[in-house]
Design a binder for this molecule. Structure first.
Ligand code: NI
Length: 253
């Protein structure tokens, strides 16, 4: 079985001690594709550097709403120039976060739209981060259509958001959060047709149960696949295969 972890941050400091070793190990464990996701200027540059070092790793470039202090005209231009690289498969992660950032909603919206414009200029999809901001996120996507669509990363378990996202033609990416107790995973996963599902770890964050709280890595994407297989009542082999094909399709790999 081969797995595609659609979202991980091997550009995070939490891997500074053993990055090379972990990357080697995930590949040996059958994670034969992953995307190293940028979230500010420096980490987007670093994501590309890592992607250039390993054939099986791709990158994204973008400034997340949690890193809005990085938002200057010049930085946006630099994101665009990083994103022109062949190994950069999407603009992201970008979006709105009203959970951590309540005071600067208008600035977040502008940053989001500016980067949607980059995606359209370069004809690449986007990777969306949205938290406590479902209504505004959907409204922006309706008013600023993304040619190549994209992915709701670590999709909040919000049925309305999932329905609207699917209507707009986006993919839904599930992470370790669907294994948490009290998570509304069953209702949410059931809503998504199998050809629109991606799986991810968001490493080093969001380790699935029973590893919650520990540093995550892409091997745990198998647990996410397992949970989806259980809910959809299909084999994990089938989930691995379909999510792999879906990821290759959206990222044009
Ligand atoms: Ni992330």
């Amino acid at each position: 079985m081969e797995f595609f972890d659609s979202h991980a941050h091997y550009n995070d400091e939490k891997y500074d001690e053993d990055r090379e070793e972990i990357i080697k190990r995930i590949y040996e464990e059958g994670i034969t594709h992953t995307v190293c996701v940028g979230y500010d200027l420096i980490k987007s540059e670093y994501a590309l550097e890592i992607a250039n070092r390993y054939d099986f790793i791709y990158a994204t470039a973008g400034i997340s709403p949690n890193d809005i202090s990085d938002y200057t005209e010049e930085n946006i231009k630099e994101i665009e120039s990083i994103a022109k690289n062949k190994k950069v498969v999407a603009i992201g992660e970008i979006g709105l976060d009203y959970y951590w950032e309540k005071e600067n909603k208008e600035k977040q919206k502008k940053l989001f739209i500016d980067q949607i414009n980059i995606a359209n200029k370069l004809n690449k999809p986007i990777v969306i981060h949205t938290r406590d901001a479902a209504v505004d996120t959907i409204e922006i996507l309706k008013n600023n259509p993304v040619n190549k669509k994209g992915i709701f990363h670590c999709c909040p378990l919000n049925q309305e958001l999932i329905r609207e996202g699917l209507k707009l033609g986006f993919y839904i990416s599930f992470s370790g959060n669907i294994t948490f107790k009290n998570a509304k995973s069953k209702e949410c996963v059931s809503l998504v047709p199998i050809d629109k599902i991606l799986i991810e770890t968001d490493s080093p964050y969001l380790s699935p149960e029973p590893l919650r709280g520990t540093r995550n890595n892409s091997i745990n994407v198998k647990r996410v696949a397992g949970k989806i297989a259980e809910i959809k009542e299909i084999s994990i082999e089938e989930i691995a295969k379909v999510t792999y094909e879906n990821a290759k399709r959206i990222f044009s790999i």
